[in-house]
Design a protein around this ligand. Structure first.
Ligand code: GLC
Length: 520
């Protein structure tokens, strides 16, 4: 699984890569039914990963290397192993203990049917029936995700206060901020209406189109919670929070980063954009407009632990929907094409003004593990859909550090929690280190230049003569960023600062699926 001490050893490598901050997926006490997003104690580290002292060391070591520490907070649900959920099960319907979660009587003559037709994001019903303390079949509880992840009742002041306290707990320990999990889900329509075509959308999953009033995603009341947390963060110096809010369109997503709410929010519209010049231009324009309208920076992201790695997404003819994953029985990505496009897409992204997020391993050009044997699957999505969706394990495979070590240097055994494919050896960090043209050296160079030219806080100006159906170019703080998706194109003169194309000369030709940064 990896652990905090293990990460600590790799911090110098992350500092050298040139990132400013590291977001850690949940390391709290958890039975690990959803990779730690099922938290049983929000104020402790799971023994699997270490101790609170390890966390303190991680913070001080990170800070001494100039790296910030971002903690993943999970506010929509706890684990069913959380003390409060165990107490809720032992208590009477209507008791204060049950009121911390969302329990309802079922429908039907003896309550044998769920309270409504809501579906879990991972598949199957969003309600599970419990056995009451007296042994009879009883109430149902809501879980928008796995059965092991009961939703909190955010109408209950105790829960609101509990989270203020959890935020302070980690801030006091030196965390620089939070990534907030499914940040658009906490408020539910208390009438619990069925989902139908008027209040739901075809996409399903956690993504919601804000043109409809949905009974659990993106309800207005969530913004009150945002403001409350922001006020807590503002009690401290220089802390930040970033929302995972799958909200569309961008103009609505931008409401998350109004001045008294989040500092940043993940730009999933950008993540979902295919490698296509016109679509990319449109999403960049929409993002810059939407976020600047509320005075916030846009963010950019191509991969994370919930989606197919972009090097593989760009190598298949049809991008599977979120959560579907790619398994051995699906169309296999063209690895070379995907890598070429993936590197070009990252080079484009890292030139944009705003906040850029990188998912571990993408700096190696790592592909999705698309042939993972089903017997190793961990993602509840796979189990709750009876294998119909293979889920997200393919992007979560431990990354390769040293090509000739056990688990490619990830741990000291041969059996990482999800087995790595042999092909990972050639992507190992040590194989790429110092090698001109490697993906690792490309990312290092881009991140160094991004800082040097202050691209994150710069301004984008499209260079129209270089934009077409199949090419896209802009200027940011004196740097020309250009990507080509079509036939080779002629570049203007000027020093080539960075490029995905080996041997590219000033004024030379940029080939298909290549990007370059040129000093103007
Ligand atoms: C978020 C996380 C995902 C997790 C889910 C439930 O979407 O990113 O990994 O499964 O929330 O907590």
């Amino acid at each position: 699984m990896g652990d905090l001490q293990g990460i600590k050893k790799r911090l110098p490598a992350l500092a050298e890569l040139g990132v400013d901050a590291v977001w850690y997926s949940p390391f709290f006490k958890s039975p690990q039914h959803d990779a730690g997003y099922d938290v049983s104690d929000y104020r402790d580290i799971d023994p699997l990963f270490g101790t609170l002292e390890d966390f303190d060391e991680l913070v001080s070591e990170s800070h001494s290397l100039g790296l910030k520490v971002i903690v993943d907070l999970v506010p929509n649900h706890s684990s069913s192993e959380h003390e409060w959920f165990k107490l809720a099960l032992k208590s009477e319907p209507g008791s204060p203990e049950r009121n911390r979660y969302i329990f309802r009587d079922g429908k039907g003559d003896s309550g044998e049917l769920p309270p409504n037709n809501w579906q879990s994001v991972f598949g199957g019903p969003a309600w599970t029936r419990i056995t009451e303390p007296d042994g009879t079949k009883g109430q149902w509880y809501l879980h928008l995700f796995d059965t092991s992840q009961p939703d909190w009742n955010w109408e209950n002041p105790e829960i609101i206060e509990e989270y203020d306290s959890v935020l302070r707990f980690w801030l006091d320990r030196g965390a620089d901020g939070f990534r907030i999990d499914v940040a658009h889900s906490m408020k539910k329509d208390l009438d619990f209406p069925d989902l139908d075509s008027t209040n739901s959308n075809a996409e399903g999953g956690a993504m919601t189109d804000a043109s409809i009033v949905h009974p659990f995603w993106n309800r207005e009341g969530v913004h009150e919670i945002n403001r409350r947390w922001r006020a807590v963060l503002d009690e401290y110096e220089d802390r930040a929070m970033c929302a995972e809010a799958w909200v569309m369109p961008l103009s609505r997503m931008a409401n998350w980063v109004r001045p008294d709410e989040y500092h940043q929010t993940f730009n999933f519209a950008y993540l979902e954009t295919p490698w296509d010049a016109s679509k990319l231009k449109a999403v960049v324009n929409d993002s810059l407009k939407a976020f600047s309208d509320v005075g916030a920076p846009s963010t950019w992201v191509l991969s994370n632990h919930d989606v197919i790695r972009h090097t593989s997404r760009f190598g298949v003819s049809q991008n599977p929907p979120q959560g579907q994953g790619i398994g051995p029985e699906h169309e296999q990505p063209d690895e070379e094409l995907g890598l070429r496009r993936g590197r070009a897409a990252s080079t484009f992204m890292l030139g944009l003004p705003g906040g850029a997020y990188i998912y571990q391993g993408e700096e190696l050009g790592l592909p999705e593990h698309t042939t993972l044997d089903h017997k190793y699957r961990q993602d509840p999505t796979y189990f709750r859909t009876n294998g119909e969706k293979v889920g997200r394990d393919g992007c979560r495979v431990p990354i390769p550090w040293e090509h000739d070590k056990k688990s490619f240097g990830f741990g000291d055994t041969d059996t990482p929690w999800i087995p790595q494919p042999e092909g990972f050896a050639e992507y190992a960090r040590d194989v790429q280190e110092g090698v001109e043209g490697s993906t690792l050296e490309l990312y290092k160079k881009l991140l160094r230049l991004r800082k040097e030219y202050k691209l994150g806080s710069g301004e984008l100006h499209w260079l129209e003569p270089l934009c077409s159906e199949s090419s896209i170019a802009f200027e940011n703080n004196g740097v020309l960023v250009i990507s080509n998706m079509g036939e080779p194109i002629n570049l203007p003169g000027g020093e080539i600062l960075a490029s995905t194309q080996q041997g590219l000369e000033p004024g030379g030709q940029l080939n298909t699926d290549q990007s370059a940064w040129i000093r103007l």
